[in-house]
Each structure stands twice: as C-alpha cells, then as structure tokens.
Design a protein around this ligand. Structure first.
Ligand SMILES: Nc1ncnc2c1ncn2[C@@H]1O[C@H](COP(=O)(O)OP(=O)(O)OP(=O)(O)O)[C@@H](O)[C@H]1O
Length: 275
C-alpha cells in the first residue's frame, strides 16, 4: 500500500535526517513511529506527502510513485493522504462543520468553496463523520469554543472527509492530557480498522504507541533500528532506540504523569465528596 525504498533526506544545512529508510505498510495497519528528538520522525512523515522533498530513494502509494510526481500531480495525490496535526490546524472562526468540510477543498471548485457551498453528499458525509467522532451536537459551534480533545476529533473528521487511503498523523496527543490522549488514540485505531485504512503515527509516548498500534518502527539518528510488534518493545530495544539515559528519563516522566493523573483523580473525588 505504502512503500518506502531507501528514503534519504539531507537538509541544505547538511543535517542528514533520514538514511536509507525502507519499509512497507499494508492497508489497515497502524504504525507507531517512535524515536528520540531529532531522530527524523517528522521529516519521514513530511517526506511521504512531499511537504519535505526527499533527497534520495522512492516512495510509492499503491502504484503511484510519489517521488516522481510533478507539482500538479502532487496536488491530486495529496487528496489520497489525510493529515492529522498536533495543534489541530483548525480555522478557529469557522464552525465545526465548516472545518470538516474544508477536508473537501482539494475536490470542490474554488468558487464553490469560497461561497461555502458544498455538494449535499459532502455535507451528509461530514455529518456522519461528526457522529462517528462523537461531535454531532457540536456541528454549528465555532472551533474556538471546543476543548483540545474535541478539536482533535474535528481534525480526525476533517482528514476522513477527503476519503483518504492513508493517514499521516503527527504527534496527535502532544497537547492533550493522558486520558484524552488515550481516547484519541483509540478513536484513530478503531477508525483505521473500520475503514481498512493505513496510518503512520509519529508519537512520543511509548506506552500509548504500544497500546494503540499494530506495529512499531523505531528511528534513531535517521535510521530504522526497530521494526516489529509492540509486544517486542522491551527494555533492551528501548535502550537501542533511545539510548540509556533518554530512556530512563522518559520512564521517570511517565511515572510523574501517572502520579499527576492519580492526584487529579483524588482531588476530584474529594471535591465530589465535599459537595
Ligand atoms: N528544516 C530543517 N532544516 C535543517 N535541518 C532540519 C530541518 N528540520 C529538521 N532538521 C534536522 O533533521 C533532523 C531530524 O529532525 P526531525 O524534526 O525530523 O526529528 P523528530 O524525530 O521529528 O524530532 P522531534 O521529536 O523533536 O520532533 C534533526 O537533526 C533536525 O535538526
């Protein structure tokens, strides 16, 4: 479905962000991309739809070689790839519905989108998607009136509105609390299963990646150092990906997160009892 062959990226500054990265993602598979800061995760995701130009290797989506496309062809290709962002990238002043419909912008003629006139079928799809992500009561609300978790649900619905074959997901939970993060990851995983949709998720949080993906690819300094089932991610693999020091630090941060979540729960219980 998606195939990377010796993908390499060297930035103009001389930074080699990716070295000879090769792997295939079949339809329906959710891949968690993990690795320390600077490992090349964002670069890899951005190379797939050529927001970043690869300097070597090939990328195929189905039979289409993405790396060989001219500008105009690339616009058409990008309709086949949905993106979900860390900061949601919603238009704050527009309604939830309008934000979801903006997922069709690659398809609808400019004048119609300018007049905010979308075909009825697109509107019906958008309603169904809002229902699926649990936001059907919020269709007419402005995006800036939503919580972080709700915004990300809009971001997911918008990506699906273009009926993509592949989802590229960049740090979807970085701005969310632990519980909402799990809900969002679960939603992405379930939707990929329902639609037989492939996804690559750039994700910092190893525990989340393990809980909600089918496969983990670990990058270190631009190279794939692990590619396998989430259950195979033991301490020695994590040390190989993150190095001794980083991994220990990450585990401490995780423990602190859990302690914070427990303290918050206790606080809420005490408040509920006081009422
Ligand atoms: N626009 C750029 N110009 C030059 N070098 C860049 C650029 N973007 C990224 N890099 C370099 O490429 C390497 C990989 O960066 P990238 O952002 O892909 O890593 P990452 O794994 O996503 O990191 P993080 O988890 O911190 O987002 C780093 O050494 C980074 O400094």
């Amino acid at each position: 479905m998606l195939r990377l062959v010796s993908l390499t990226k060297t930035y103009k500054t001389g930074d080699r962000a990716l070295s000879e990265v090769s792997f295939e993602v079949p339809a329906g598979q959710v891949v968690g991309l993990i690795g320390p800061s600077g490992a090349g995760k964002s670069t890899l995701i951005r190379c797939v739809n050529r927001l970043v130009e690869p300097t070597g290797g090939q990328i195929f989506l189905g039979d289409t070689e993405i790396t060989g496309l001219a500008r105009g062809e690339l616009r058409v290709l990008r309709r086949r790839i949905g993106m979900i962002f860390q900061e949601y990238a919603l238009v704050e002043r527009l309604t939830v519905m309008e934000n979801v419909l903006s997922g069709r912008l690659g398809y609808v003629p400019f004048w119609r989108s300018f007049m905010r006139r979308f075909p009825e079928a697109d509107v019906a799809t958008a309603f169904a998607l809002l229902e699926r992500v649990g936001l059907s009561d919020h269709a007419d609300k402005r995006a800036d009136a939503l919580s972080g978790g709700q915004r990300q649900r809009v971001g997911i619905a918008r990506a699906l509105e273009q009926n993509p074959e592949l989802l590229l997901v960049d740090e979807p939970t970085a701005s969310l609390d632990p519980k909402t993060s799990r809900q969002i990851m679960r939603l992405i995983k379930e939707i990929c299963e329902e639609r037989n949709l492939a996804a690559i998720i750039n994700i910092h949080d190893v525990v989340l990646a393990q809980g909600f993906t089918d496969r983990i690819i670990g990058l270190r300094a631009g190279r794939v150092v692990f590619d396998g089932a989430p259950s195979r991610l033991d301490d020695s693999v994590l040390t190989e990906i993150y190095g001794e020091e980083d991994w220990a630090q990450m585990r401490r941060a995780e423990q602190e997160d859990e302690e914070d979540a427990r303290a918050e729960m206790r606080r809420r219980e005490m408040m509920a009892e006081a009422r």
